[in-house]
Design a protein around this ligand. Structure first.
Ligand SMILES: Cc1ncc(COP(=O)(O)O)c(C=O)c1O
Length: 375
């Protein structure tokens, strides 16, 4: 019940593919590995499938990094200039808030966090007033990793566009489990491999809308195996933003898992997760003394349910759930103090349950029963 942190495992088919790649790539002289593909061909296969999944019209606009933390640092530092103003939500993860705060403390930018309701959702009413003449960027997490609440991203980003601001989406809790279309919605979509995309940890990236690459400076530079006669970073994609030796095993895990997700259908994964979330919220409501945070509407929530109980320590609750009942959850602030300030659960935090499409109803019943016993 801790899928929002890292998905518990790659599927047997993905694991099989990765093992096969490792065996074949040990024969270095062959220069070929998984299914006879070299590193470049594996990366192209992954770019193509992710471009399909996120509706990006050109695969080279899908860039690989180690995850959203690296992507956000590259995008924010590559895009923002002195004097820029940035808007983010009041439920951002530290992967967004810390790089923004670092830029703010250096005196490069100003940043404002948009107030959200206690359910973690930004109100679009009056949102226009938050834009200043120098607002250059709006960055939003698609779904809060603490509260599950899904932001009205289309509406918020449409307003940002009216004000001439760039838009960046953190899809950590939604990529692979929510239908996501990048083109026409956001300028940058940052993704991570180790949650809903069901790949390995340490791989992720960002996708850029058309023309966005020209507006962003490479924040990291180095060898790309291309244009090596020059001391300057290449300006073509994907090399502009992918210096250094690639994490081919991670990239392959994304290619294989995203292919699997497409064959299952993101719509059916989402429907299953929404049904599980609705069921678990309902079970939690019947537990005396338990408070549920975030939106009570599962159709507007990722598969995350955060709870606490007055007078009970969430760390102790998590430990007892694990040691006495074998239920894995996560307690505390979940790297998002902003979300807890919004929900009124700072600094004690919450106990967070999170599911995947393969979670069973019996597991939900068991977890709810265990929670009831502990309380
Ligand atoms: C909403 C959100 N953003 C960003 C991140 C960081 O992602 P990564 O692990 O890929 O750096 C997480 C992961 O916990 C997250 O939940």
């Amino acid at each position: 019940m801790n899928y929002a942190a890292t998905s518990p495992r790659t599927s047997p088919a993905v694991t099989e593919g990765l093992v096969c790649h490792l065996r074949q790539s040990m024969n270095l002289s062959a220069g070929r590995n998984f299914e006879g593909l070299d590193d470049g061909a594996i990366a192209l296969r992954a770019r193509r499938v992710l471009a399909h999944l996120f509706n990006v019209s050109a695969p080279e606009r899908v860039i690989f990094t180690s995850g959203i933390t690296a992507s956000m640092n590259m995008v924010l530092n590559g895009l923002l200039k002195e004097g820029d103003h940035v808007l983010a939500s009041g439920v951002e993860h530290n992967a967004v808030a810390r790089p923004l705060e670092a830029l703010r403390r250096k005196g490069v930018i100003e940043a404002d966090y948009l107030p959200c309701g206690a359910d973690g959702v930004i109100s679009t009413q009056g949102l226009s007033r938050a834009f200043l003449p120098n607002t250059r960027l709006m960055v939003l997490t698609h779904a809060s990793n603490v509260l599950g609440s899904v932001q009205p991203v289309r509406e918020c980003f449409a307003i940002a566009k009216e004000h001439g601001a760039f838009t960046v989406l953190d899809s950590a809790q939604t990529a692979g489990v929510f239908p996501l279309s990048m083109d026409g919605v956001t300028d940058v979509l940052a993704f991570t491999g180790h949650k809903g995309l069901r790949g390995l940890a340490g791989i992720g990236g960002f996708a850029l809308s058309e023309g966005m690459s020209e507006r962003m400076a490479p924040w990291i530079s180095g060898g790309t195996g291309s244009a090596s006669q020059s001391l300057e970073q290449p300006d073509f994609l994907p090399d502009k933003f992918e210096p250094g030796t690639p994490n081919t095993l991670g990239i392959l895990s994304l290619a294989l898992s995203a292919e699997e997700i497409l064959s299952i259908g993101v719509g059916s994964i989402r429907a299953r997760e929404a049904a599980l979330t609705a069921k678990f919220i309902c079970l939690c409501r019947s537990i005396p003394g338990l408070r549920i945070h975030g939106t009570a509407d599962a159709s507007r929530s990722a598969a995350i349910v955060s709870v606490d109980s007055p007078g009970a320590d969430v760390g102790v609750m998590a430990a007892r759930l694990y040691y006495e009942h074998g239920v894995i959850t996560r307690s505390g602030l979940h790297c998002s103090p902003l979300a807890h300030k919004t929900a009124g659960t700072f600094p004690h935090g919450t106990l967070r349950f999170s599911f995947g499409a393969d979670t069973t109803e019996d597991e939900l019943l068991y977890a709810a029963e265990a929670l009831k016993k502990i309380l």
